[in-house]
Design a binder for this molecule. Structure first.
Ligand code: R5P
Length: 294
């Protein structure tokens, strides 16, 4: 071998420094493999342990949602400020440039639209090979606990967790609340725990009363969904209360891309999630950004 002779002598063995055992900063993820930790550390910022996911997967069931009529125009300017992009493979391939180097949370279940009364009947929407081609850092599966499609949606989750685990790709379990379900603390406590126990690496859910108990009882990170558009202040308060209660971040869509200033709003949300801004401080930031862009 060419380098066999004349090499620099190896001598820096750090004999007085024992190799430290390291714990991984993402909740409940100490015992997953290196590749999965690498993907999780792209989603959850190592300096804060939290994430701001930008969700724009609404079209898979809602069609051309307000603010997403032209994703090439509305999402591209927001991508630099998101920690992760949650989208369908169709949106990514057709509208989003693969240059942002942001982890993708790939929508991996589908099966009904808002035209149906019962939207709980879904199937798995993406083959794991295609998820790899997209370079997905996570697979998102909707689960309808308590609804008619509960069993099928849990089956989708389990299959996705298994196929993702083979390749080191984590799964985000989404608690989708059926129209007939009440959004109670008891419901979210049950649904989030079920999704985590079945192997979800991240759980997405809605904020509710006693949210700190929901977070405490869920052994993996919880990210909070934004929901329908409310005022900017209300969305910032929701973000603040979620983080104060222990959420590991938000997965927000309409309250960002339907805002009067989407860039201002995602910067303000970042301020709450990563810099500990209060809603009032974050709202000031939003107003400043909005004026600067006017
Ligand atoms: C659910 O998973 C949906 O597809 C959206 O990603 C989710 O509802 C987040 O978006 P929004 O903040 O608009 O509710």
């Amino acid at each position: 071998m060419a380098d066999k002779d004349g090499m620099k002598l190896a001598k820096d063995y750090g004999l007085d420094v024992p190799q430290a055992n390291q714990s991984f900063y993402v909740k409940g993820m100490d015992h997953v493999d290196w590749g999965m930790k690498d993907r999780l550390s792209r989603i959850f910022r190592p300096d804060t342990g939290k994430t701001v996911m930008l969700a724009f997967d609404h079209g898979y069931m809602m069609g051309a949602t307000a603010g997403l009529e032209r994703m090439d125009l509305s999402i591209e300017p927001l991508a630099p400020y998101a920690d992760a992009l949650m989208a369908t493979r169709g949106a990514l391939r057709s509208c989003i440039q693969p240059i942002h180097n942001k982890p993708v949370i790939l929508r991996a279940s589908a099966g009904s639209t808002v035209l149906k009364d019962d939207m709980s009947h879904e199937v798995t929407a993406v083959d794991i090979d295609d998820a790899v081609r997209i370079n997905a850092s996570c697979l998102a599966v909707q689960v309808f606990i308590g609804a008619n499609g509960e069993c099928q949606s849990l089956n989708n989750l389990l299959k996705t967790i298994d196929s993702g685990a083979r390749l080191g790709i984590p799964t985000l379990g989404v608690t989708a609340v059926g129209k007939e379900m009440a959004r109670t603390t008891r419901y979210f406590m049950l649904a989030t725990r079920v999704l985590a126990e079945l192997g979800s690496h991240i759980v997405k859910t809605y904020y509710c009363d006693d949210f700190e108990k929901v977070v405490a009882a869920c052994p993996v990170p919880i990210v909070v969904a934004g929901g329908k558009k409310v005022t900017e202040m209300e969305a910032l308060e929701l973000t603040y209360k979620s983080i104060q209660a222990g959420a590991a971040g938000v997965d927000m869509g309409r309250n960002v891309f339907q805002s009067d200033s989407p860039v201002g709003m995602i910067k303000a949300i970042n301020g709450v999630v990563h810099s500990g801004l209060t809603p009032i401080q974050a709202y000031d930031l939003y107003e400043t950004e909005k004026s600067a862009q006017a």
